[in-house]
Write a protein that binds this ligand. Structure first.
Ligand code: 1GP
Length: 253
């Protein structure tokens, strides 16, 4: 698998022992104008990349949204698509996700076959990513929409085995996902088991709402922290600043 500039930068930070914080914007939650404004505040807060995507996508302005975000930041804009319709030529890269925790062929290979030619035409960088959904105390949108079961949260070695299999299949990153707004984030012992088992970067997201929780994931071995939902709170941007400060001042494995 080739390595483009966005992944190269992630790997460089990992090699230097630097943790990263990515912010996720869902076009269903904000207008393109708001999205662009929030992305700019996130950049000032110190985040390292902006993800755009969502599970449902009711809005029909995905492309405008990505364009607006791209114009307002100098950070990499990375697509985090819920399906093959969530692609835009304005992004720098796309997490080419395969929902390896599930056994639904649509999310393992089906949407990927639809999306691959579009990604090639758009010339955006695909980053092959093992997407692993973890039980979080509530049914997540990903679980419901994909019709798959999450990994049991008390079985870290099952998660580690999935991550290692994905690495052996050539995937370039692992994303441990508790689901947006999850009551419980991914347990640190699972992050540790996965981080100890694989050599590829480990991204952790879902239900991370404060600096202490973000730090706990990094200390367990996460390389990248993703936050999304907290931006919907009235004090969202200041919370984001607090987490960005904690994450970028923290080392990673
Ligand atoms: C969801 O991991 C991301 O896909 C972020 O989760 O919205 O809970 O921060 P939150």
């Amino acid at each position: 698998m080739t390595q483009g500039p966005v992944l190269e930068n992630v790997l460089k930070r990992v090699k230097a022992g630097k943790a990263s914080h990515w912010v996720l914007l869902d076009p269903d939650d904000f207008s393109p104008k708001e999205g662009a404004r929030i992305a700019a505040s996130a950049e000032s807060a110190g985040v390292n990349a902006v993800l755009v995507g969502g599970s449902l996508m009711r809005s029909n302005n995905f492309d405008d949204f990505v364009h607006g975000v791209k114009e307002s930041v100098s950070l990499p804009v990375i697509l985090f698509p819920g399906d093959a319709t969530q692609l835009s030529r304005h992004a720098d890269a796309v997490l080419f996700l395969s929902l390896v925790s599930g056994r639904n062929p649509v999310n393992l290979i089906g949407e990927q076959v639809k999306g691959a030619p579009v990604i090639k035409e758009f010339g955006i960088e695909p980053i092959s990513t093992a997407y692993m959904l973890v039980e979080s105390g509530a049914v997540s949108s990903v679980e419901f929409m994909s019709n798959t079961r999450p990994l049991p949260r008390k079985k870290p070695m099952i998660a580690a085995a999935h991550a290692l299999a994905a690495q052996y299949m050539g995937m370039q990153m692992v994303y441990l996902e508790a689901g947006s707004g999850a009551p419980c984030s991914v347990p640190p012992n699972m992050v540790k088991a996965v981080g100890d088992y694989v050599d590829i970067p480990v991204i952790v997201g879902g239900g991370i709402r404060d600096a202490a929780t973000a730090r706990e994931k990094l200390q367990a071995g996460a390389n990248v922290i993703v936050t999304g939902n907290l931006l919907l709170a009235p004090d969202g941007v200041s919370k984001l600043e607090e987490i960005a400060r904690a994450v970028t001042g923290e080392t990673s494995r």
